[in-house]
Structures are given as structure tokens and as C-alpha cells.
Design a binder for this molecule. Structure first.
Ligand SMILES: *Cc1c(COP(=O)(O)O)cnc(C)c1O
Length: 406
């Protein structure tokens, strides 16, 4: 499952035990994937990368030729992304923006603000008069729309269409549009509408959401007799950890978005995926330290654990992995732990039963010293993990292939 690419496999085998665990990213594979995604989308649809999925500078740079811009959700991400990839436009979103963060965004020329609430709108307006008096700031109110057909029912990370701290309630949208268009805030410009309603949606569900968002936004604009130039329909394209070969259908999504864009020639549509762009380009590589049996189940303890790769713990899944057996002779005078059954549960070094990386992995003959490469570790992996719990050394980081095209 998600076998490592040849370059990652070579690196995984050549690293010494002291260099493990390690995150190994294949930037060539990332670039190929991003190029395919971009090619599947109509020209008129803009692609922003949601930096929170994986903000490693090498990843941001590798994506640069394929994205129009980056979506950032904090002052920290803002500073970091500007430094790593100077130039492309940024959209600043996320709840609870502070006055200091908004001031930084204004003074560094952030191109778009995804405004989450009325309070934030007032604050932005006030700070804009002080820090950016000479330009009009592009505002896209984020709206927590209910998409009427129930397409978000049962979606695990739904953040729209139900009570959440994200965005404006749709009932507030008319007043927000009025404030942005009646001269109350001369330094702000109503540029469009932003929605990001869920994560983990398949192409058909994404298209239904995009259609609802565009329809709602054009209705809003018509009611107020104001132009809307941009509609952001969010990220959240599905990534299937149980079946890594089943990928989000970018071709179908692109075809559907082209129809939607053709029906609204006045609008720029924008998407902002994170996970589905970078999940597949990263592996967490480690080695088996110990193999043991407990109450009928076999466990392999690997170097590292969910404090480096928290994804399986947060999502409650088994991280796809590949065992890379080591041919090197066992270097120690004590016996080599070896699995006796067919299925092994892979755990880390943390003193908690929650430190589970993958259960029931088919790994007959697994031995201490073998390498394991956990796939789909390129998004929401290292950067969401609680690194300091138990104070193990940090993993190494390897970026294979050049970040920019030659
Ligand atoms: C997290 C986030 C995204 C990206 O979501 P993915 O599931 O990684 O595609 C996009 N937009 C906003 C506002 C987000 O918070």
C-alpha cells in the first residue's frame, strides 16, 4: 500500500539506524501530482494551496509553478509562507485573527482577507484606515452555508452547515454585504465570498457544494445589486487512507467546475486544497526495534511513533505502510526478535496505548532491524504532532528531487 517511490526506497534503505526515524519527501512525485491536478482544472479556476496541510519550505516551493497562491491561517503561516515563496498572492483566513496578525497582513500587503465574523470586519476596517490608507483591501466574507441537499451529512470534518465557530452565519451575510458596499468602510472592497464547508468530500459531493455556494453567492449579489468577482469553494478533497490507490477524481471535478465557470463568466472560482495535494508525497521511515506477543496479538515497536506521525491517532485509522526487510546481518550478540504470525500491530515508543500506527499489518517474518515506510505522510503529519511528549529525538528530514523545475 502506497509503496515508496524508488527514490524514497533507496533513501530508506541507505539511512543508518541513528538517522531514523526520518520524513522522506519525494518532490518530483509531488510536482508530477500537482501538475496533473492543475491540468485537470479549467484555466479560469484558481488553485491556492492551504499551507496548514504541510508548510515545509521545500514543499511550498515545489508547488509554486502549479498554484496561483497560498491560503494562510495565522500570522505565523503568513510570515513563513512569504519568506519561503516570495511573490504569489496570499489569502488570509482562519478564526480568531488578532489585531497584531491583521496589522501584519495589512503592512505586508496580503492580497485577500477571508473575514470570519462581524467583529473581525470592524477590526479590519479600523486597522486598514491606519495601516493601509492608500489602497482598498479585498474582503471575502467566509460564510457557513447549509447546503440544502444533505450532502455534508455524515462527513467527519464538516465545518459548515451546522453550528461551528467558522465564518458568518448566512443570516448575517446581508448586513455584512451592506456594510461593505454602502460606504461605511471606504477602505474595504467586497471582492467575493469564501466557503470551506468540509474535508473529505468526493468529486461529486464537492461539485454539489460548489454549485450551492455559487448559487447562493450570486443570489446575494443580485439582492444587493452589487458585483461579486470571486467565489472560493474551499478545499477538503477526499483522501482515502484505507485505499491509497483510490484518488480524488480531479478530472471529473475539473469538468464539473468548467461547467460551473462557463455558467458564470463574471466570476473567478477558486479552490484551496491542502491534504489532497501533499498527502501522497511524504513517507515516515523508521525501523523495527522489538517484536513481541501479548495476549495472542503480535506487536512490533518501531523507533518514533505518533508524536512524529499523529495522523493515525487523530483520524483513528491504520496508516498505510510498507515493510522493507533488511538483509544486513543482525549485529548484536542477543537474539533477534522475529514475528511468528502473519499479522503484526505496529506501535511507537510512547508509553500510551494510543501510540498505534497500524493494526494487523500483514508482515510475516518481520524482524527487528527491518525498515517500515509509512505512506500518505505528506499532509497533517509531522506538523500536527506532539513532538515533545517523551522527549525522543526529532526525525530527520529529506527532500528528494529539486524543489523547482530545472
Ligand atoms: C484546512 C483548510 C483548507 C484545506 O483543507 P484540506 O482538507 O487540507 O484540503 C482549506 N480552506 C480552509 C479555510 C481550511 O481551514
Amino acid at each position: 500500500m502506497t509503496p515508496p517511490t524508488p527514490a524514497v526506497r533507496d533513501r530508506a534503505r541507505s539511512l543508518g539506524a541513528a538517522d531514523l526515524p526520518a520524513y522522506v519527501y519525494d518532490l518530483t512525485a509531488l510536482r508530477e501530482h500537482a501538475a496533473q491536478v492543475r491540468a485537470a482544472l479549467p484555466d479560469r479556476v484558481e488553485l491556492y494551496y492551504a499551507a496548514k496541510a504541510n508548510p515545509e519550505p521545500e514543499i511550498l516551493a515545489a508547488l509554486r509553478p502549479y498554484v496561483h497562491g497560498y491560503e494562510v491561517s495565522s500570522g505565523g503561516e503568513l510570515t513563513h509562507v512569504r519568506k519561503a515563496v516570495p511573490g504569489p498572492p496570499l489569502a488570509f483566513g482562519g478564526p480568531g485573527k488578532t489585531p497584531a496578525e491583521i496589522t501584519e497582513a495589512l503592512t505586508t500587503g496580503v492580497e485577500r482577507f477571508h473575514v470570519e465574523s462581524r467583529y473581525e470586519l470592524h477590526m479590519l476596517a479600523e486597522l486598514a484606515t491606519r495601516h493601509a490608507p492608500d489602497r482598498r483591501i479585498a474582503v471575502l466574507p467566509r460564510v457557513n452555508l447549509a447546503v440544502g441537499d444533505g450532502s455534508l451529512d455524515g462527513v467527519p470534518l464538516a465545518m459548515g452547515g451546522r453550528p461551528t465557530p467558522f465564518g458568518h452565519d448566512p443570516e448575517e451575510a446581508d448586513e455584512t454585504v451592506r456594510l461593505l458596499t454602502d460606504g461605511t468602510y471606504p477602505h474595504l472592497e467586497l471582492r467575493g465570498v469564501h466557503a470551506h464547508l468540509a474535508s473529505g468530500l468526493e468529486a461529486a459531493e464537492q461539485l454539489a457544494v460548489a454549485g450551492s455556494v455559487v448559487e447562493w453567492a450570486t443570489g446575494l449579489a443580485a439582492r444587493h445589486g452589487v458585483p461579486l468577482r470571486e467565489v472560493v469553494v474551499g478545499g477538503g478533497m477526499a483522501v482515502d487512507y484505507a485505499d491509497p490507490e483510490r484518488r480524488f477524481d480531479w478530472a471529473a471535478y475539473g469538468t464539473g467546475l468548467a461547467r460551473l465557470a462557463d455558467a458564470h463568466p463574471e466570476l473567478t472560482l477558486r479552490i484551496e486544497p491542502g491534504r489532497a495535494l501533499t498527502a501522497y508525497c511524504g513517507w515516515y521511515v523508521t525501523e523495527v526495534l522489538d517484536v513481541k506477543r501479548s495476549h495472542g496479538e503480535e506487536f512490533a515497536v518501531v523507533r518514533g511513533g505518533t508524536h512524529h506521525l499523529r495522523t493515525p491517532a487523530t483520524k483513528g485509522h491504520d496508516q498505510p505502510c510498507t515493510v522493507l526487510p533488511t538483509d544486513a546481518p543482525w549485529p548484536h550478540p542477543w537474539p533477534r526478535p522475529t514475528a511468528s504470525g502473519d499479522r503484526v500491530t505496529l506501535t511507537g515508543q510512547l508509553c500510551t496505548p494510543k501510540d498505534l500506527l497500524a493494526r494487523g499489518v500483514p508482515a510475516a517474518g518481520l524482524r527487528a532491524g527491518d525498515r517500515v515506510a509509512f505512506g500518505m505522510a505528506g499532509a497533517y503529519a509531522w506538523n500536527i504532532s506532539h513532538h515533545d511528549f517523551l522527549m525522543h529525538p526529532r526525525p530527520g528530514f529529506h527532500f528528494l528531487g529539486a524543489p523547482e523545475e530545472a
